[in-house]
Design a protein around this ligand. Structure first.
Ligand SMILES: Nc1ncnc2c1ncn2[C@@H]1O[C@H](COP(=O)(O)OP(=O)(O)OP(=O)(O)O)[C@@H](O)[C@H]1O
Length: 421
């Protein structure tokens, strides 16, 4: 049993760089656990602390029930693969994979057999005598994995192992890696900033932001039931619509969500409504993913928003549309308990805004003007067009809202109703 437990773990680098804050995680034996978050959120630091390559400033690390804070790396039975799993250039594939067994003085005949067996599982059996320099990037990463797995570690750590590969190869290898590590039974901690990689590979995902754990759960849990605005936005492609709203608790009706000129109603038997009573008259954030909005024609059968289509985008398997609905949108990066709203810096502005700034026009011009037609603004609602007639640019559309999929957050980004884990 090698579960990995982090209990109140902190890492402060010299210069008072607080990279990881009070992290509590229980990674179960044999689990494929993904640490996900944007660059600099502390993912690699967590991995390096588990490997023993980085000291823990405070808090406890337990490996298989043993307190491991002071355990030297070689006594942890942990193996790690890095972004560019550096191989020994003058050793063949076989030599690279054999190396850890030579160091631990395994029986040479048994070791050779083990290398052949693992090479077969990794699809490397036809290239055992080749040097790393003659292999593709994907093949080299497989060798690095083989070299890490050959000692049958109890804990397998991977730090963005696919990030230097092209998109097609990444998609192919992520399937293979997930299958392979599950077959080995090793507890695996996999670091990535790629939400698709995390969603497709993980048994469970932990989302980190600025060294703080935002959410942890299965891919389905954190997609459908995210704990914070940041998590909802990070795991959303196309981007989730985050709408500024005001909540009004109305006797006999429920809670009315006022979204600019629109209203949506959560009846009192909806658990979200009860959670919103204390927000009466106050601002909240409503989250609606693009596929929770569907274009409708004919008589209304449920709650709707309306808007004017500005842009249509073809994505091969689907069309996305952007519509101006008169609702103020929220940028997930500006929502954080400890952060005040930051004025938009030049690099945060949309393309149109940057162009206007270059041309000497005010960037926050409230009137978008006719030149905006044909390019969506960040204030536009995004929705998927699945079936039926595709609206044209400039059309007025009615969008049916799937209320079951509506997420409600307080202004500091936390969910109003409790998440289910
Ligand atoms: N040796 C160090 N000394 C000081 N600060 C460090 C050191 N290593 C990392 N940091 C800082 O700690 C924070 C977390 O870094 P870390 O590398 O763990 O993030 P990450 O999420 O893995 O980022 P990336 O995806 O870019 O690799 C960052 O702000 C980084 O600048």
């Amino acid at each position: 049993m090698t579960d990995v437990v982090l209990d109140g773990v902190n890492k402060v680098y010299p210069g008072d760089q607080h990279a990881v804050r009070d992290l509590g995680l229980r990674i179960r034996d044999g689990e494929l656990f993904v640490l996900l978050g944007p660059s600099g959120c502390g993912k690699s630091t967590v991995l390096r602390m588990i490997a023993g390559l980085e000291e823990i400033t405070s808090g406890d690390l337990w490996l298989g029930g043993t307190m491991a804070n002071e355990l030297p790396p070689r006594e942890r039975n942990v193996a790690m693969v890095f972004q560019n799993g550096a191989l020994y250039p003058h050793r063949s594939v076989r030599g690279n994979m054999m190396f850890p067994l030579e160091v631990s003085k395994d029986d040479p005949a048994g070791a050779r057999g083990k290398v052949v067996e693992l090479a077969r599982a990794l699809g490397l059996d036809s290239m055992l005598d080749r040097l790393p320099g003659t292999l593709s990037g994907g093949q080299r990463q497989r060798v690095a994995m083989g070299r890490a797995l050959i000692r049958e570690p109890s804990v397998f750590l991977m730090d963005e192992p696919l990030s230097s590969l092209d998109a097609g190869l990444r998609a192919e290898l992520r399937v293979e890696i997930a299958a392979l590590v599950r077959a080995t039974g090793a507890t695996t901690v996999y670091v990535t900033h790629d939400q698709v990689e995390a969603m497709t590979m993980a048994d469970r995902i932990a989302v980190l932001r600025d060294g703080i754990l935002e959410d942890v759960g299965t891919p389905e849990q954190i997609y459908h039931d995210p704990a914070t605005v940041f998590v909802a936005a990070f795991l959303s492609s196309p981007p989730i619509n985050l709408l500024r709203a005001t909540a009004w608790a109305v006797q006999d009706q429920g809670v009315i969500l006022e979204l600019g000129p629109h209203q949506l109603r959560l009846p009192w038997d909806d658990p979200r409504a009860t959670g919103l009573i204390s927000h009466h008259g106050r601002p909240i954030i409503v989250g609606l993913r693009a596929d929770a909005l569907t274009t409708v024609t004919g008589p209304a059968h449920g709650p709707e928003l309306t808007g004017q289509v500005r842009t249509l985008e073809f994505h091969g398997h689907e069309w996305l549309a952007y519509a101006e609905a008169g609702i103020a949108l929220v940028d997930a990066h500006d929502v954080a308990p400890e952060r005040a709203a930051v004025p938009a810096a030049a690099h945060q502005l949309g393309l149109g805004d940057r162009m206007r700034a270059m041309l000497g026009r005010p960037v926050n011009d409230p009137d978008p003007g006719p030149e905006h037609t044909g390019h969506h603004r960040r204030t536009d609602l995004i929705f998927r067009i699945t079936t039926g007639d595709r609206p044209a640019r400039g059309d007025q559309v009615r969008l049916s809202v799937d209320l079951d999929r509506l997420l409600v957050f307080s202004p500091d980004g936390r969910r109003v109703d409790p998440v289910r884990r």
